[in-house]
Structure formats: C-alpha cells, structure tokens
Design a protein around this ligand. Structure first.
Ligand SMILES: Cc1cc2nc3c(=O)[nH]c(=O)nc-3n(C[C@H](O)[C@H](O)[C@H](O)COP(=O)(O)OP(=O)(O)OC[C@H]3O[C@@H](n4cnc5c(N)ncnc54)[C@H](O)[C@@H]3O)c2cc1C
Length: 483
C-alpha cells in the first residue's frame, strides 16, 4: 500500500524533509508519495526575495549567511548541486568608528581552539583587558556543558564570569545579536555557547562565512523544486492549509486547503513557523496542559519573536571593494556590498546596491524609514570616507517582525521534538528541538528529523538509516579541551 506524506510549508525545513524522504527506498519503490503544500507561489519561506519593481530584479528580503559549522545545510545544498551558488570567505572584516577596520582571520596553523587567539588579538577595537576577559569566558564555556547553561540567560552568565560592560558591548552584544537575533539579557547561554563553541572555537573552518551569490528565491525556489520534482516529489503552491483534522475512522489526516479541494494524508509534517504551528497543535508546543492542570502552561515569554531589518540601498556610487563588514558601535550591524551582483551590469543611473542588516530591537526600531536610512548612510559615509558622500537613489526598509524566535531559557526547554504523540503527526521548522538557534541550519536539521520520524513509524529497518551529515570534525586539542 502507498503511504501519502503531506509536508505543510515549503521553507528550508519542508524542502529538507522532502529531499530526505525522496532518497529512501520506500519512496523510490513507489510505496510513498510526498507532497509539499505551500501557501505562497514560491518555496523558500523566510529565505526568499522580493521583486524590485523599478528593475524587475529579485532582491533578498534580507541578506542570509551560513557558517562553516552549518554542515547539514551545506550538505543539502551540495546534494541539490547548489553549493556553487554560495561564496565561501575564511575571514571577516570588523569596523569600529574610533578604531577603523580590523581583519578577523583564524590561524591556519594553530590547532583549534588556539587558532582563534591571534584573530581575537587583531581586533583593534578590543583592548588587552577586553581580550583577557573574552579568553577567560571562552575557556569557561569550553569546560561547561550546554546542558548546564540552558536555563541561564547569556547576560547573567557573562556578568557572573567577570565580563565588563565594555566587553559586553564591544564583543558579546555584537556576536550574539547578529547570530541569535536578540540581546544577551533574553537569550539562553546554551544558545550563546552553540555560537561560540560550534561556530568559532571547535573546528578550523567552523567560522567560514558562506554568502549566497544568487537570489534566495532562485536557490530555494526552482533550484530545489526542479530536482525534487524530477525525483517524484509533488509541489502544490499557492493554497494555504487552513486546518488539519485527524479522521479516526480512516486513520488518516484531512488537510483542508484555501481555494482547493481537501487532501488526505497518512502522515503530515507541519513545517510552518512556530507562531503558526502552535495555533494548530498547542499541546505539542507545551502551550496547553495534557492532563487538565493549568500549572502545566509554560511562561508566556516562550517563543517570542524577534525582528530583523534589511535596509536596501541603491547609492550613486560603490562605497568599498570589501564584500561585507561587521559593524561595531553603530546602528548598522552588518554591511554587504552587492553580493549577488544585482547592479554590476546596470547603468550607473540605476544605482549600486548595498545592504545593511540590523537584528533585534534597536535604537532606531521606532524611527520613520527616512530617518533610519539617513542615519545608516551617515554611518557608512564615515566608515568609507574615501568614497565621498553617497547619494541615495532608492531605498527599501524590510522588517520581518517574526524573523526568528528568541532563544530564551523558557523557549529552549519547551522546543518540541519532531515526533509527536499524535498518530502520523510530525513537526519540522527551525523552532523544533535541534539545539540550533533560528537558522537555515536548524531548519535543515529539523526537516531531516521529521523525515526520520515518518520513516520510523512507516518501515521496519532499511529506510530508517537516512544518512545524516556529521558535524565538523574537532581537532585533537579541541576534543581534549571542550566538554
Ligand atoms: C530577516 C531574516 C534574516 C535572517 N538571516 C539569517 C541568516 O543570516 N542565516 C541563517 O541561517 N538564518 C537566517 N534567518 C533565519 C532563517 O531564514 C530561518 O531560520 C529559516 O529560513 C526557517 O526555515 P523554516 O522552513 O523553518 O521556516 P519558514 O522559512 O518560515 O518556512 C515556512 C513555510 O511555511 C509556509 N506556510 C505558512 N503558513 C502556511 C499554511 N497555512 N499553509 C501552507 N504553508 C504555510 C510559509 O509560506 C513558508 O514558506 C533569517 C530570517 C529572517 C527573516
């Protein structure tokens, strides 16, 4: 008998689940059908693009980057033959208004985690005292397990580990806000450890930065759909799922769609974002008591969303040849110079494209768009004085209020597993308990977890062995030092 799996949501999590299922024997023998049901007309979800009306070009809602430690995502892109649509950089440039530019490049010769030492010393905006404090905290982090940090906020842990206000502001705020999308007083130290240890200290290429050089709508749109459709995965785009109802008589799910006939499914993978999935299945997210006792309801702060803003600037000139810069002590947090070369072949009158990313709530959150743009452009002109004063030909400010979930201690302990107690119901999406913050990597892992959960309840042996990429291999010293 053929089983039918409907994946609700075609973001990276849903695509990763479809890709994993399409590799299995049951699928290839025709014993399983896989349908991706996505409400929009394109797949990719938050990793997507809008079309700039004046030029007709695809511009990403917000610049996305992956790191070398994102092995599941990179492996997935490789399987889809899309890794060449990303550019890998093994160094970062930092900028501080009072100290100018510094290059952060981990040593190629020293074993991890010592490879970070010279890179840290090269950051001109950090004093010797800042560096001593950071090294001491990193050492303590390496010797503390993630489990022991889950219910403590990063700010509390960092303060109790003697990080001064200056070090918090110039180092921890910068790294944690851009990686976790929220400030240290709200995020769990376990999530911060994930960034610092897995993303920097643990392995040589962990901190490499992978930047898309094609629009995200192309990579996670046709780039994924065409090869998956060739394998036999069906895509139904443009109809939102309204309801999912279990039919106890047929032992199947009824999937109710807007503007289309309902579908039936033996298995449903709900790969919508947390703020949608929680409305449908509150118990799976720990929002409702399972035994009628109200004290089982968790804190209201769990799964709060955190915003990210992308400022899209078309300027009358190119500001720099640097591809990207991490900005410290400014409203702008990350600066990118036309990573997908949207404007390379256009007339100068169309402008040169630049993007600035600001994560979390920030000083300019309530400002009108024009004020935000002019303040950020002022910061950029100070950073790149040799380019002169740029004129803004066109700008767009795109803020996603639900960009990421805040990885607070309350959230960390309540993230659900893919496997649920309901028959045939599986969860995916970046908020599932992957151990990762809201990232493309977390989404890719969650999709594979959901595929495994489906297979676990479907077949006895052979197909349960879905190969999953391993994490970056830690070197000999890192293995000895990191708990
Ligand atoms: C501004 C911004 C910047 C970011 N920067 C980075 C970054 O630099 N690096 C990084 O790794 N991550 C970044 N992220 C996070 C990353 O985009 C997400 O973690 C990841 O894309 C989540 O994928 P997902 O599949 O879990 O969810 P989503 O991408 O949200 O996919 C869910 C899908 O479900 C669909 N859907 C919703 N409701 C329904 C319904 N009723 N019926 C059918 N379909 C439905 C949606 O349309 C969507 O396609 C950023 C996110 C944002 C918003």
């Amino acid at each position: 008998m053929t089983s039918r799996v409907v994946i609700v949501g075609g973001g990276i999590a849903g695509l990763a689940a479809a890709e994993a299922l399409s590799r299995t024997g049951v699928f290839q023998r025709g014993e399983m059908q896989v349908v991706v049901a996505e409400s929009r007309r394109n797949t990719g979800g938050r990793a997507g693009s809008f079309v700039e009306p004046s030029t007709g070009q695809a511009v990403d809602y917000c610049q996305h980057v992956a790191m070398g430690c994102c092995t599941t995502l990179l492996d997935l892109l490789e399987r889809m033959k899309l890794l060449d649509r990303f550019q890998c950089y093994d160094e970062l440039t930092f900028y501080h208004p009072q100290h100018g530019f510094s290059r952060f490049r981990p040593s190629r010769w020293l074993p991890p985690p010592l490879h970070l030492s010279s890179a840290l010393s090269s950051l001109k905006h950090l004093t010797k005292k800042n560096q001593r404090e950071i090294r001491a905290a990193l050492w303590r982090l390496m010797r503390t397990s993630e489990f022991d940090l889950i219910d403590v906020t990063a700010l509390d842990w960092l303060r109790s580990n003697e990080q001064s206000e200056d070090t918090l502001e110039k180092f921890w705020d910068v790294i944690l806000v851009s990686a976790l999308g929220d400030v240290p007083e709200r995020v769990s130290m376990a999530a911060a450890r994930k960034v610092m240890i897995d993303g920097f200290a643990g392995a040589r290429h962990a901190s490499d930065v992978w930047v898309p050089r094609r629009p995200l709508s192309e990579i996670f749109g046709d780039g994924f759909r065409e090869p998956l459709a060739q394998r036999g995965v069906a895509f139904e785009l443009g109809h939102a799922i309204r309801e999912l109802n279990w039919d106890a008589e047929t032992n199947r799910w009824n999937v109710e769609r807007s503007g289309a006939d309902p579908q039936v499914a033996d298995h449903v993978i709900v790969a919508t974002p947390w703020h949608i999935s929680r409305r449908w299945f509150p118990q799976a997210w720990g929002d409702q008591p399972t035994d009628g006792r109200s004290d089982r309801i968790g804190p209201a702060t769990a799964f709060a969303s955190s915003p990210i803003t992308g400022l899209h600037l078309w300027l009358d000139r190119s500001l720099t040849s640097k591809p990207h810069v991490v900005m410290v002590g400014t409203l702008a947090q990350w600066f990118f110079q036309d990573p997908i070369k949207t404007t390379e072949n256009m007339s100068p009158a169309e402008g040169v494209y630049h993007q600035v990313v600001i994560s979390g709530r920030h000083a300019g959150s309530d400002w009108p768009k024009d004020k935000l743009v002019s303040e950020v452009v002022r910061e950029l002109s100070e950073a790149f004085p040799e380019a002169g004063t740029p004129k803004v030909l066109k700008s767009r400010v795109v803020t996603d209020p639900h960009a990421v979930f805040s990885v607070s201690p309350e959230t960390q302990v309540r993230r659900p597993a893919s496997k649920t107690s309901r028959p045939g119901l599986h969860l995916a999406g970046d908020a599932v308990a992957t151990g990762w913050p809201a990232t493309m990597e977390g989404a890719a892992i969650s999709g594979q977890m959901a595929a495994k959960s489906v297979l676990g309840s479907l077949v006895a042996t052979e197909d349960q062995e879905l190969s999953v990429p391993s994490e970056l291999k830690r070197g000999w010293l890192a293995r000895r030092l990191i708990r």
